[in-house]
Design a protein around this ligand. Structure first.
Ligand code: PMP
Length: 298
């Protein structure tokens, strides 16, 4: 595997980070999880926008222009001969001293990993997930802004540990007031009486790229979309529930805290949006191998 590491492409064995990097010492940095499908990088522009906005929010200067960053992602895929992949793009605060002052870190550190994707078993999509709500609350926006996809994932990891101890593959996290926020690595959607409902951003959650894509797809189909504040009551009584994320895509959720959702089967709107999502992955995003895909003669 070839990794992009701060200005060069190196073999995996040489892709190492300093023990003085504040990404490691303090979780100080931002990252993206991105997918490539059929030789295109899905929603790459949106992922880069979120990365740069997050960096701005934490006052981290990314030493690479956005256009160059796009090329870094594409070139990492080319060097690994990948057309379908999971991409991890990371910008850390860089090397500093042992104190937490970011001003002691003169330059941010950038790396990009492109790996062949391990998909969730198809069975999970056919049968749907059973998830639980956990006691760990989602970070409050006034303390650690959930909209920044920062390297500090402890909040989500606590929730994941709780879920795993109960044998659940995912956890629903509530905000401090008890309103539904999101899952540990996915956003949540409900379907009720034909409308698509998802928690509003101010509840405290990551503005998922898949979340936005699903809302766009729904609006194109004249489905009513509502971003609002709701409780577990709305989840338990929904007609359909699904989670969205770059890795999971759109995954039906058929049981929450032991209650069956609807008839306990993945619902029709979930299936429709999933099909539409897959169609979009064929045409969205910059091509990785320009010359091959643009050739119309063969
Ligand atoms: N919420 C959290 C906490 C996440 O880590 C992710 C994965 N990035 C998501 C939601 C889904 O976001 P996206 O659709 O951009 O992958």
């Amino acid at each position: 595997m070839i990794i992009y590491l701060n200005g060069e492409f190196v073999p995996e064995e040489r892709a190492v980070v300093s023990v003085f990097d504040h990404g490691l010492l303090y979780g100080d940095g931002v990252f993206e999880g991105i997918r490539a499908y059929h030789g295109r990088v899905f929603k790459l522009g949106d992922h880069l926008d979120r990365l740069y906005d997050g960096a701005r929010a934490i006052a981290l200067e990314i030493p690479v222009a956005k256009e160059e960053m796009q090329e870094i992602v594409l070139e990492t895929l080319r060097r690994n001969d990948l057309r379908d992949a999971y991409i991890r793009l990371v910008v850390t605060r860089g090397v500093g001293d042992l104190g937490l002052d970011p001003r002691k870190c003169p330059k941010a550190f950038v790396f990009c990993i492109a790996a062949s994707i391990t998909l969730y078993p198809e069975e999970l999509y056919e049968k749907g997930l059973s998830v639980i709500t956990v006691a760990t609350r989602r970070n409050i926006p006034t303390a650690c802004i959930p909209r920044v996809k920062s390297l500090n994932y402890l909040n989500n990891i606590y929730a994941k540990i709780e879920a795993a101890r109960s044998g659940a593959p995912e956890a629903i996290m509530l905000n401090q007031e008890g309103y539904v926020a999101e899952a540990t690595g996915d956003n949540i959607f409900l379907v009720k009486k034909g409308a698509l409902i998802t928690p509003a951003l101010h509840v405290g959650l990551l503005e998922g790229i898949t979340r936005n894509t699903v809302m766009d797809l729904a609006r194109e189909r004249n489905i009513q979309v509502e971003e609002k504040v709701f409780t577990l009551y709305d989840v338990y009584t929904a007609d359909e529930v699904f989670l969205t994320g770059t890795a999971a895509e759109i995954i039906p959720t058929v049981q929450v805290d032991g209650r069956l959702i609807g008839d306990g089967q993945p619902g029709p709107m979930t299936r429709e949006l999933r099909t539409a999502f897959h169609e979009l992955t064929k045409v969205d995003g910059p091509l990785i191998y320009q010359e091959k895909a643009e050739c119309g003669c063969c």
